[in-house]
Design a protein around this ligand. Structure first.
Ligand code: SPV
Ligand code: MG
Length: 669
């Protein structure tokens, strides 16, 4: 496509404003002239060739165009008879350079980006008209019939709309018009409008109206036009556009939408905080400050602000942008409530939503898959738990005891309030790991075997792992366990302050269990901390005083001692349904220690929500055994049903379909 810009006119009505240069070189802002603005916009829209007809000050105009240093190839066509002819003749002189799609405009036309974008997006030929502006007395009007423009001229008032000399002409429509222009000029009709030739074509050139309503699109014929257009331009240039990004990788799809957005005004980007980003699709690879800096360096981004929730409300109300730009993917699915809310906030002050088609490109999917794969690398995975706790205040972990349960924890998502709720981490429980192997939870399953479980889970997932280290065994053994776990990419080991034959805590004092001394257990923690190589790995001390009914004071004394010995976190356990003792512990612990993460396993006190735990200073909630406790009864039931009926048919309705089970397992993580 070529641009054809008609600049052969004398601009006499501009008076002194255009007495020393062509009219198109008149300044319309402190930075731009009509022509420099047109040319910049054309090149930003991807046009590379411009044919410019010239009249007076031909040399000045050519020098000026070249001095702009734009990636445009110019062809200048001089009309030596510019005082006696009209632009129909200039086009005629340029005809051999015009055998393509043409974007035709008068050299004194000022329009905003949205007008040009609208025009270029049309599949067929079109002309800018306005349904909202009154019909001008002396300027162009377009006569409309059946959705087409059938006449253009200053003399038509019936069924007409105000029109601007800005056309996108597809080759098949332009050719007959150009041929008619040639007929006119060859028979000496050179001082009429080129539209007179168009009006004789009677349908051979199909031009649709493009309604630009009250967008900036007007000619500058005289000083008063100049004042109006310049004022409107100031308004256009002060418009703001808002977009929100979670992205930790910027790909060409993001850049393309940023480019489109900034054509509408000054672009403000809301970067989702880490917490908000993690609740959107996945844990961000880069923290907020890095993502903000990256977005700030993108050309065309004027400001980056923090967006603290998936909801746009807070930022829209504070910034009141003229436009919000988004991909059209949020018109359906889990993001729809967010869109609906943004639409209503925009409506409250007259802002507008602009949606562009969402880029569903295979290469972006591959990039996203790579980012996910990076999350599974040991160093990244290990560090994620600490980051998630810092970021969210509270994290949730769900038990996994095999590759498939790991995948369930990895991939289960519930969409709520426009966001995605997921587990943050996985708990490799001694109870469930032993149960899956048909063995009691008494430290019978050896570490090699437990590591194998971790490996199975890690192979197919990316989320951080909290390992149930039971008592940690002998201190001399524990240091090796720490190093192995750390090397694998496990984020935290929890060891409980018990010795001897360990039994599951949920038995409480129904079985014989012995608590370790504060001194011994502290020494074990200190040895473990000394053994670890990275700063990310966490050793959590689990206190069994409430389980073994040794009282609150004992629990608290141990907690402070273990933190002093180097514990990175404290887990307080209880087997009571009533959460009071857990709450009391949390309150008293937090009164003295505001920072050490607090971990709970609410198997018994399961009425408490994560929000409530967070309010009480808890940082990690572990759902320790629910997949095991729901999965195995279902299996028992299936086995019984088949035995009862001597066949599998009755069991079928309890079964997941083969198709569903296959989709649980992605080909690649
Ligand atoms: C586990 O899941 O193995 C635990 C938590 O240690 S509990 O079963 O509550 O002791
Ligand atoms: Mg356990």
């Amino acid at each position: 496509m070529k641009a054809l810009i008609l600049n052969s006119g004398t601009g006499s009505r501009m008076g002194v404003l255009a007495c020393e240069h062509p009219k198109c070189m008149t300044e319309i802002s402190s930075r731009e002239t009509i022509l420099s603005r047109q040319l910049r916009m054309l090149s930003e829209a991807g046009i590379t060739q411009a044919v410019i007809t010239t009249g007076p000050f031909e040399g000045a105009l050519m020098d000026y165009c070249r001095s702009l240093n734009l990636p445009l190839e110019f062809t200048f066509i001089h009309n030596p008879e510019y005082t006696r002819t009209n632009y129909i003749y200039s086009i005629y002189l340029a005809r051999e350079h015009l055998d393509s799609d043409i974007l035709l405009m008068h050299g004194d036309l000022v329009f905003e980006n949205a007008v040009l974008d609208g025009l270029l997006a049309q599949p067929g030929s079109c002309m800018a008209v306005s349904s909202t502006r009154p019909l001008p007395e002396k300027d162009f009007k377009a006569v409309l019939r059946d959705g087409q423009i059938v006449r253009v001229g200053v003399e038509f008032f019936q069924n007409a709309a105000a029109a601007q000399p800005l056309y996108l002409l597809r080759r098949e429509d332009w050719r007959p018009w150009l041929a008619k222009i040639a007929d006119f000029c060859q028979r000496g009709e050179r001082s009429c409008y080129a539209e007179k030739a168009l009006n004789e074509l009677d349908g051979a050139c199909r031009i649709a109206p493009l309604d630009v309503r009250d967008m900036l699109c007007g000619e500058v014929d005289n000083p008063s036009d100049l004042a109006v257009v310049s004022a409107k331009l100031r308004e256009v240039e002060s418009r703001t556009v808002y977009m929100c990004f979670a992205a930790d990788i910027l790909h060409s799809g993001h850049i393309a939408i940023i480019k489109k957005a900034r054509r509408l005004g000054k672009l403000i980007i809301g970067a989702l905080t880490d917490e908000a980003a993690a609740s959107y699709k996945r844990f961000p690879l880069l923290p907020y400050a890095e993502r903000k800096a990256m977005l700030e360096s993108v050309v065309g981004v004027s400001r980056v602000v923090e967006q603290r929730t998936l909801s746009y409300r807070e930022n829209l109300e504070a910034l009141r942008p003229d436009f919000v730009v988004h991909g059209d993917d949020w018109t359906r699915g889990f993001q729809k409530p967010i869109r609906d809310e943004a639409v209503s906030v925009l409506a409250s002050y007259g802002g507008r939503l602009v949606e562009f088609p969402y880029a569903r490109d295979e290469k972006y999917r591959a990039l996203e898959a790579r980012a996910r794969a990076d999350l599974s690398l040991p160093d990244i995975r290990r560090a994620r738990l600490r980051r998630a706790i810092e970021m969210k205040g509270i994290v949730s972990a769900m038990e996994a005891h095999s590759g498939i349960t790991g995948l369930i924890v990895e991939n289960t998502v519930v969409y709520q309030d426009g966001g995605a709720r997921q587990f943050d981490a996985m708990w490799v429980s001694s109870l469930c790991d032993s149960t899956a192997k048909g063995k009691p939870d008494i430290e019978l399953v050896d570490m090699t075997s437990r590591f194998r479980t971790i490996d199975d889970i890690m192979e197919v997932t990316t989320k951080p792992i909290i390992f149930d280290g039971d008592t940690g065994g002998q201190t001399e053994h524990f240091v090796y366990t720490v190093r192995s776990l750390e090397r694998m990419g496990v984020s935290m080991v929890i060891i409980e302050d018990k010795v001897g034959l360990k039994k599951n805590s949920l038995f409480g004092n129904e079985v014989k269990q012995t608590q370790d001394t504060i001194e011994n257990f502290s020494a074990k923690i200190t040895a473990g901390k000394r053994a670890q190589k990275t700063a990310d790995f966490m050793i959590c001390a689990r206190i069994e005083s409430l389980i073994l009914e040794r009282g609150m004071e004992d629990a608290l004394e141990r907690a402070f001692a273990f933190v002093k010995a180097g514990a990175d976190a404290i887990m307080i356990h209880s087997r009571r349904k009533d959460p009071t003792e857990i709450f009391t512990f949390a309150e008293r612990f937090r009164a003295q220690d505001r920072t050490t993460p607090l971990v709970v396993v609410p198997t018994s006190f399961n009425s408490v929500t994560e929000e409530e735990f967070k309010a009480r200073g808890v940082n990690v909630v572990i759902y320790a055994n629910q997949l095991t406790r729901t999965g195995f009864p279902a299996m028992q039931n299936a086995a019984k049903t088949i035995l009862e009926h001597h066949r599998a048919q009755e069991c079928d309705e309890q079964c997941m379909s083969i198709k569903d089970i296959i989709t649980l397992i992605p080909e690649e993580v």
